[in-house]
Design a protein around this ligand. Structure first.
Ligand code: SF4
Ligand code: SF4
Length: 252
C-alpha cells in the first residue's frame, strides 16, 4: 500500500528512547494554532519555498516544461539558492520499511528504533499498519499521535506499536475545538482505552502560553492522566518561520 511522507529524519534524539529514525506522515485532521509542522497539514504533496535568502530573481516563476513542476506552478529545478522544493513523497510501505531497516543495527544497539510522527499517522492508518507489520520483530516501533481517530482505527494502529506518545492538549471540549479545530471527544475515549491497554505510553502536553499552560487546564489534564507518565513540552518559538514557506498564515 502507498502512503505520503513529508520527511524521514535520521539520528533523531527527541522522538523516543535511543537513536531513532522519525517518519513524518503527511496530513493532519487537526489545525492546532501553534502547530510547528505546517508542511505536514495538507495530505497531498505541496510546494515549499524557503524564505531566507531569496534573491527575488523570479526565475522559479517562469514557465518550464518539466512534467513534475506543472502541478505546483513553479520550476523546482532552477532556483540558484535551491529554495524551491516539494514536501510530500509517495512511498510503498515495503520500500519505506527496507529503507528504514538499513539503519537497523545502529538503531537497535542504541536502544532506539523507528518513530511514526507527522502530521498525524492515524490519518493514513492502512499504510501505517502495513509499515508497522513489516518492521515487527526487527526494530522498536514508536508513534507520536494526537489520538484523533475513530476507536477501531486507533486500536488497529496503536496495538502494533511498542511505545506511544499521545498528546493531551486541552481538557475543555469548547477550548479544544477553538484552538485545534476539532472536539476532543474521540481523543479522550482513545486515551481511556490506551490507559487500560497495557501498551507502554506517555501523554504529552505542549505548554502553549495562555492557552494550554493555564493552571485550570493543566489540573484537568492531570486528572485524565492519573498515575500514567506525562511530559509537559516547552513551546517551540521557531514554528512561525515555516508558515510562509507553505503559504499559510501564523494565527497566534
Ligand atoms: S496535531 Fe500535531 S501536526 Fe496536527 S495540527 Fe496539531 S500540532 Fe500540528
Ligand atoms: S528562483 Fe529562488 S531565489 Fe529566485 S525568486 Fe525563486 S525562490 Fe527566490
Amino acid at each position: 500500500m502507498k502512503g505520503i511522507v513529508f520527511d524521514v529524519k535520521e539520528f533523531a534524539l527527541n522522538d523516543g528512547a535511543g537513536i531513532r529514525t522519525t517518519v513524518f506522515f503527511k496530513g493532519c485532521p487537526l489545525r492546532c494554532a501553534w502547530c510547528h509542522n505546517p508542511e505536514g497539514l495538507d495530505p497531498k504533496p505541496e510546494l515549499y519555498v524557503k524564505q531566507n535568502g531569496c534573491l527575488e530573481c523570479g526565475l522559479c516563476r517562469k514557465p518550464c516544461k518539466h512534467p513534475e513542476c506543472q502541478p505546483f506552478g513553479r520550476c523546482l529545478h532552477i532556483c540558484p539558492k535551491n529554495l524551491v522544493t516539494v514536501k510530500g513523497r509517495e512511498w510503498e510501505a515495503s520500500e519505506l520499511a527496507d529503507d528504514l531497516l538499513r539503519q537497523r543495527e545502529l538503531l537497535t544497539s542504541s536502544g532506539g528504533g523507528i518513530t511514526l510522527s507527522g502530521g498525524e499517522p492515524l490519518l493514513q492508518a492502512g499504510f501505517a499498519c502495513e509499515l508497522l507489520d513489516l518492521l515487527n520483530g526487527k526494530v522498536h516501533r514508536a508513534i507520536e499521535t494526537s489520538g484523533f481517530a475513530d476507536a477501531q482505527t486507533f486500536r488497529d494502529v496503536i496495538s502494533r506499536c511498542d511505545f506511544v506518545y499521545m498528546d493531551l492538549k486541552l481538557a475543555d471540549p469548547e477550548a479544544h475545538r477553538k484552538w485545534t479545530g476539532v472536539s476532543n471527544e474521540k481523543i479522550l475515549e482513545n486515551a481511556a482505552w490506551l490507559k487500560k491497554s497495557g501498551i507502554p505510553h506517555t501523554f504529552r502536553t505542549p505548554l502553549i502560553p495562555g492557552i494550554v499552560d493555564t493552571p485550570e487546564n493543566l489540573a484537568a489534564i492531570a486528572r485524565i492522566v492519573g498515575d500514567d507518565a506525562w511530559e509537559q513540552l516547552p513551546n517551540n518559538d521557531l514554528a512561525p518561520a515555516k508558515y510562509k514557506s507553505v503559504g499559510r498564515e501564523w494565527r497566534l
